[in-house]
Design a binder for this molecule. Structure first.
Ligand SMILES: Nc1ncnc2c1ncn2[C@@H]1O[C@H](COP(=O)(O)OP(=O)(O)OP(=O)(O)O)[C@@H](O)[C@H]1O
Ligand SMILES: [Mg+2]
Length: 248
């Protein structure tokens, strides 16, 4: 971890009508760090990450990137700051092939036409750099396994060269070997200096890849600890606040 934090969120609040989803959240992320973001269903994790990715706008609080205060009016603003996000529903297009999904909206062109050969070549290169194995970049996304789809979605986000990569429940629906692959990708990406934020309910995954864990509870950040100082029982207690009097 470096001294200079890459992302600092301070006192972030967000209400949807009467629902106070975020009630003051603090979070920091350093370059090359893998931060686990945990909390019960409805704690506000996805909402917080949508704020950081520019998909929704917060009410009060501060977002600082590399020491600069920023405010994102749209996902494009966040992308310009090289913040990438993979949503749980992945947003891939089932009827398109792997390469088309990787480059959707920014396909290499030859004059007015998509340069398919170049696109598939670059797709194969990107996937191999990330150790993602698919039979062919011509395969339709709908034919891939859950793990392969997740890997392609992460590869797409990585191909934008993010400084911050947010993954919302990337392993929830995966088989054991597929989980291994995604966790390895996370480590590889972080090793290149990218700050990764990982949301998951699979606590054992956190102990494999994370440096630090931030716990949210009912719209607030309530704990921030190095993984080395945690065990699963303590983490569960922090998430459920079963030792609330002790934690207070
Ligand atoms: N667009 C919205 N309109 C109204 N309420 C919302 C909206 N988005 C989120 N919420 C509410 O904000 C709270 C936090 O939701 P969020 O999806 O951030 O939780 P989460 O921590 O990601 O939970 P999970 O682990 O179940 O994914 C919930 O009470 C949810 O119903
Ligand atoms: Mg969520």
């Amino acid at each position: 971890m470096s001294d200079q934090s890459l992302v600092t969120l301070t006192g972030i609040t967000k209400s949807f009508g009467a629902v106070r989803s975020l009630q003051g959240v603090d979070l920091t992320l350093a370059p090359g760090e893998v931060l686990g973001l945990v909390g019960d269903n409805g704690a506000g994790k996805s909402t917080l990450m949508k704020v950081l990715a520019g998909a929704i706008q917060h009410d009060t609080g501060q977002i600082t990137i590399d020491g600069r205060d920023v405010r994102f009016a749209s996902p494009a603003d966040a992308r310009r700051e090289r913040i990438g996000i993979v949503y749980q529903d992945l947003a891939l297009c089932d009827t398109l092939d792997v390469a088309s999904n990787l480059f959707l909206g920014r396909e290499p062109r030859k004059g007015p036409f998509i340069d398919r050969k170049a696109m598939h070549h670059r797709a194969a290169q990107t996937l191999s750099e990330l150790h993602v194995r698919v039979k062919s970049t011509y395969q339709e996304i709908g034919q891939l396994s859950g793990g392969q789809r997740q890997a392609v979605a992460i590869a797409r986000a990585v191909s934008f060269q993010p400084r911050v990569l947010i993954l919302d429940e990337p392993t929830a629906a995966l088989a054991v070997a597929e989980v291994r692959q995604v966790l390895k990708m996370i480590r590889d990406v972080a090793a290149q200096g990218v700050g990764v934020i990982l949301i998951t309910h699979r606590l054992q995954d956190l102990f494999e890849v994370c440096d630090r864990i931030t716990v949210m509870y009912e719209g607030r950040s309530v704990e921030d600890r190095a993984v080395a100082d945690l065990d699963i029982e303590t983490l569960v207690a922090m998430i459920t606040r079963s030792n609330a009097e002790e934690a207070a």
